[in-house]
Design a binder for this molecule. Structure first.
Ligand code: NAD
Ligand code: GLY
Length: 367
C-alpha cells in the first residue's frame, strides 16, 4: 500500500470499517490484505468505468479469489433501477455464488448504491467493498451504508442501510473524471463546511483553485476531511434517526430539481449545489445566518463550477411543482417537508417551514 495513504475509521461496533485514501491503491494487492478470503468475488462496474479500471482491480484481487466475475451495468442515474439490480443477481445466481462471495463496487455513487443494495439482499446479505471512482462517491456515497435504487416516483426510494467491509478511495482514478462530474463532487465537499466545520469551509475558499487542477495534496485533504466529518456523523446516528439528516443539506430542494428535470439531466451534485443556495437563503430569511454567509457560500459554489440558480420546473406554477415534488421526498414526514437549515455557520438543524416562506425562496432562487 502507498506510504502516503491515510485511513479514516468509521466506528459502528461490529460493523466498523476503514476508509483508505491515497494514490496507487487500486492496483496494489496489499490494499485488499484485510479482506476475507472467499471462493468468488464479483466486480460490479459500468460500461464507462470498467474499460478504464476493472482489469487493474481484477489483477490486484487475483491472489485472493479463485473466481473473479464481472458485471458491467449500463451507465447513468436513469439506470439506477430494478433492471440493473437484476443483472447483478443474474450473474450471482448463474454462477452459483454462495453467501461468502464478496462484491466490489467499482464506480461512482450509482454503481455503489446499487451494489450495496444487491449485497444487502443477495442471500439476505453478502460482504461488499466500496471502490468509489468519482469525487462524489469518495467523499459521500461510499461511506455510511446507504444503498438503494430509484423508483419512477421518487429518488432512492427503495433500499437498505448496509455497511461495506472497507472503502478504498484511490485519488489517481479521479484523473479520468469529466470536469462536470468533478464539480458535482465538490458540491458534497462544500456541504460539510456549513453543516459541521467552518475551518474546512475557509480552507476550501483558500484551496478551491488547487482542487480544480487536481492538486494531490489538496485532493487528499478534501477527501479525508469530508470522510472524517461524515464518519463522525454516521458513527453517532447510523440509521438517520436524528443527526445524520444534516448530511442532507441542500438535498430537499436538490432532489426536487433532479426529479423535476428528469433523472440524469441535472447531476446529483448540481441539484445539491442549487439546493444549498436555496437552503441558505431560507436560513437567512429565518434570521439564522446573515447575507454575508449566503454570499460566501454562493461564491464558493460558483468557483467550483457549479450552478447557483435553480431551474424552472413548471412555467404555470413553479413553486407549486417544487412543493409537490418535495412532499413526495422520503425525508418528508406525513406530507410535511423537512429542510436542513444552517442554524449558524458550521451547525445545521432540520425543520419544517411554512409554504409561503418556501415559495419566496423558490421565487428568489429560480432562473
Ligand atoms: P455516477 O455514479 O453516475 O458517476 C458519474 C459519471 O462518471 C458516470 O457516467 C460514471 O460512469 C463516470 N465515472 C465514474 N468514475 C469515473 C472515472 N474515474 N473516470 C471517468 N468516468 C467516471 O454519479 P456520482 O456522482 O458518483 O453518484 C451519484 C449517485 O450517488 C446518485 O445516485 C446519488 O443518489 C447517490 N448518492 C448516494 C449517497 C449515499 O449516501 N449512498 C450520497 C450521495 C449521493
Ligand atoms: N448523503 C447523506 C447520507 O449519507 O446520509
Amino acid at each position: 500500500m502507498s506510504l502516503l495513504s491515510q485511513e479514516v475509521p468509521i466506528e459502528l461496533g461490529e460493523r466498523s470499517y476503514r476508509i483508505v485514501i491515497g494514490g496507487g491503491l487500486l492496483g496494489d494487492s496489499l490494499t485488499y490484505g484485510a479482506l476475507p478470503r472467499a471462493n468468488a468475488a464479483l466486480i460490479v462496474s459500468n460500461t464507462t468505468v470498467a474499460p478504464l479500471y476493472s482489469s487493474t482491480l481484477k489483477t490486484a484481487l487475483a491472489g485472493r479469489y479463485s473466481r473473479i466475475l464481472e458485471v458491467h451495468l449500463p451507465d447513468g442515474e436513469e439506470h439506477k433501477n430494478w433492471q440493473s439490480l437484476q443483472l447483478i443477481f443474474d450473474v450471482l445466481l448463474e454462477h452459483g455464488c454462495d453467501r461468502k462471495t464478496v462484491l466490489f463496487a467499482l464506480g461512482g455513487g450509482v454503481v455503489g448504491d446499487m451494489t450495496g443494495f444487491a449485497a444487502a439482499s443477495y442471500m439476505r446479505g453478502v460482504p461488499f467493498v466500496q471502490v468509489p471512482t468519482t469525487l462524489l462517491s469518495q467523499v459521500d456515497s461510499s461511506v455510511g451504508g446507504k444503498t438503494g435504487i430509484n423508483h419512477p416516483l421518487g429518488k432512492n426510494m427503495i433500499g437498505a442501510f448496509y455497511q461495506p467491509l472497507q472503502v478504498i478511495c484511490d485519488l489517481d482514478v479521479l484523473a479520468t473524471l469529466p470536469a462536470r462530474e468533478f464539480s458535482a463532487g465538490l458540491a458534497e465537499v462544500i456541504k460539510y463546511g456549513p453543516i459541521a466545520d467552518m475551518d474546512f469551509f475557509d480552507w476550501l475558499e483558500r484551496f478551491m483553485d488547487d482542487l480544480l487542477i487536481h492538486d494531490g495534496g489538496a485532493l487528499a485533504h478534501a477527501v479525508r476531511r469530508s470522510c472524517e466529518i461524515k464518519a463522525a456523523v454516521v458513527g453517532q446516528d447510523e440509521r438517520e434517526s436524528g443527526l445524520r439528516a444534516i448530511l442532507n443539506f441542500g438535498h430537499t430542494f436538490g432532489h426536487a430539481v433532479e426529479a423535476g428535470m428528469g433523472y440524469g439531466v441535472w447531476l446529483h451534485g448540481e441539484g445539491v449545489s442549487v439546493g444549498m443556495v436555496m437552503a441558505a437563503e431560507m436560513s437567512c430569511r429565518l434570521g439564522l445566518v446573515d447575507s454575508v454567509f449566503v454570499k460566501r457560500l454562493v461564491a464558493l459554489i460558483r468557483r467550483a463550477g457549479l450552478p447557483i440558480r435553480a431551474p424552472i420546473l413548471d412555467s404555470a406554477d413553479n413553486a407549486g411543482r417544487y412543493l409537490q415534488l418535495m412532499r413526495g421526498d422520503k425525508k418528508s414526514e406525513a406530507g410535511e417537508i423537512r429542510f436542513v437549515v444552517i442554524n449558524r455557520p458550521g451547525e445545521a438543524v432540520v425543520m419544517s417551514a411554512p409554504d409561503a416562506l418556501v415559495r419566496e425562496v423558490i421565487d428568489t432562487c429560480c432562473q
